[in-house]
Design a protein around this ligand. Structure first.
Ligand code: FES
Length: 61
C-alpha cells in the first residue's frame, strides 16, 4: 500500500528503510523523500515508524 502518494513510497519501502537504520522521520524523509510533497502522509509515517521500531525491538529481545 502506498503511504506517500506524492513520492510513490509504500509501507514496505518505509519498513525496509527503518530496518536498515533510518529510525526517525528525518531519516526516512532524507532516505525516501516521504513527506516532502503535500505532507498528508506525515502522521501515518510516524505511526509506522513507531510500530516497526517496536516490532524490531521485541524481535531483538
Ligand atoms: S503523500 Fe507524502 S508528501 Fe504527499
Amino acid at each position: 500500500m502506498f503511504v506517500c502518494v506524492c513520492k510513490a513510497i509504500s509501507d514496505k519501502d518505509i519498513q525496509t528503510a527503518i530496518l536498515d537504520g533510518a529510525e526517525d522521520m528525518e531519516a526516512i524523509t532524507r532516505e525516501l523523500g516521504v513527506g516532502t510533497g503535500c505532507g498528508t502522509c506525515h502522521d501515518f509515517t510516524q505511526e509506522l515508524i513507531h510500530q516497526t521500531l517496536a516490532a524490531k525491538l521485541s524481535y531483538a529481545a
